[in-house]
Design a protein around this ligand. Sequence first.
Ligand code: SAH
Ligand code: AVI
Length: 338
Amino acid sequence: MEESLAVAAPSTTRERFVLHSPAASPSNNFADDVRRGLTATPKFLLPHYFYDALGSALFSAICELPEYYVTRAEDEILRSRASEIAAAFGPRVRLVELGSGSARKTRHLIEAVLARQTALDFFPVDVDAGILASSGHDMLNDYPRLSITAICGDFRNPATLLRPYLPPSDARTIVLFLGSSIGNLDPAAAGTMLSNLRTALSPGDDLFLGADLRKSPSILEPAYDDPLGVTAAFNLNLLARINRELGGTFDLSSFAHRAYYNEAEGRVEMHLVSREAQRVLIDGYGVAFEEGESIHTENSYKYDDASLSALAEAGGFAIEQRWSDSKGYFADLLMVAG
Ligand code: SAH
Ligand code: AVI
């Protein structure tokens, strides 16, 4: 069973926006995934649960931080190279975006594509239905020639999620996966995800992938452990969400945010570390923590050209073009489905 709804919008835009929320959305599994993660050794939580309404707002604040170079670096690429990128997409396209969020950077590409064709179908995908509704509503007002089919669900199995909503089309499908969200999956899962995505595409369709590049820990670590504490709040919101939605008893002040670059693995790790021995109740079961024990909440893998080539190959894509920002911090790659 699924729910589709048109957001409140003027009649001129209503028929241009639909939001699909398949019943098996990941939020249905929140209780099960939390129990599995907090009863495992070592403890972990899955990072897509960061993004409830407050988590998405905190992520938007992270994007404004001077230390979080990721968004600015990709914005520079998309802003300065938009027309070249749109030309590389080809003459008649439709855009899918995985983990679209506020889709602020996407606007550069949408505008460049709309300069080349009369209308555009946009298919944003996100776990947070609220951000799909708000970003979709804003875009409809700004782009009268855009139609939006928003899909609320988990992008880790993209073919299953997309197939029911992507009608056959003569337009070339371009899948945008921006912001280095690929880095939140371990490399094996990232390859599996791309090869699953490939099965929903036709040969010649494209993946446009944003990847954060390996760099000095002196740049990486402050980006994930800012002095204002916004990333700490984003991380701790996972525990607050467990309290809100699952009746958890986490005392947020008894957990510390930790982020560091694990050079051997090529990833920034985020953890929540218990400041003391304690026991927390969730949904009728107890979870014991030792002093210093951590919950691993996120990995953010950083790529280089060799690991990006390996990823493309694992997914069944061939890298066609690569763009980078002026500091060489971030890369966007156009990959064609084989
Ligand atoms: N693409 C935007 C947003 C990145 S934040 C940018 O580049 O700035 C990551 C976005 O992906 C959030 O909006 C989050 O809700 C969404 N997201 C994270 N994991 C997801 C998953 N497994 N399935 C679907 N959406 C996910
Ligand atoms: C969404 N994702 C790519 C972000 C990242 O950089 O890994 C999430 C994030 N976590 C902490 N800060 C930002």
